[in-house]
Design a protein around this ligand. Structure first.
Ligand code: ZN
Length: 132
C-alpha cells in the first residue's frame, strides 16, 4: 500500500491529487489494473469532478455548505457535525481503471480530496492491483 499526505488550507477545501496518483502508478509500472483510493478519516472525502473550471469546485463546496450548514441543531457537539455529514455524502473511496499504464479518467476529470474540517494534513491510501 502507498500513502500520500495532503495538506489542506481551509475548513472546506478541494485539493486535486491527480498528478500524485499518476506518479505512483508510473512508479509501480503497472500496465493494466485497478487503482483503489481510500481516506482513513471521518470529516473528509474523495471525489472525481471537473478540473478545468475551478468554479465547478466552488459551486459544489457552496451548495454543500448551503444544504449542510456548519451551525445547526446537531447532536454531535464537537462543532464538526456538518463535516461528518459532508464526508459521508462524498464517500471515502474511489476505484479507477488503469489501461496501458494510464489512469482512465475522462477528459475533464480530476481526483480531489474533499476537506470539510480543515486545515489539516490528511492521508490518502492507495492500492494498485494489477490485472490482465
Ligand atoms: Zn466530530
Amino acid at each position: 500500500m502507498e500513502r500520500i499526505s495532503v495538506v489542506t488550507k481551509k475548513r472546506t477545501d478541494f485539493v486535486e491529487i491527480t498528478e500524485q496518483i499518476e506518479e505512483i502508478i508510473k512508479r509501480h509500472n503497472v500496465k493494466n489494473g485497478i487503482c483503489f483510493l481510500f481516506v482513513p478519516h471521518t470529516t473528509c472525502g474523495l471525489t472525481i469532478n471537473e478540473n478545468a473550471d475551478p468554479s465547478v469546485r466552488r459551486d459544489i463546496m457552496e451548495k454543500l455548505e448551503e444544504l449542510i450548514p456548519e451551525n445547526d441543531n446537531y447532536s454531535h457537539t464537537e462543532g464538526n457535525a456538518d463535516s461528518h455529514i459532508k464526508s459521508t455524502i462524498t464517500g471515502h473511496s474511489l476505484t479507477i481503471f488503469i489501461e496501458n499504464g494510464v489512469l482512465q479518467l475522462g477528459t475533464w476529470q480530476g481526483i480531489y480530496l474533499c476537506e470539510f474540517d480543515g486545515p489539516r494534513t490528511r492521508q490518502v491510501w492507495i492500492k494498485i492491483i494489477p490485472t490482465t
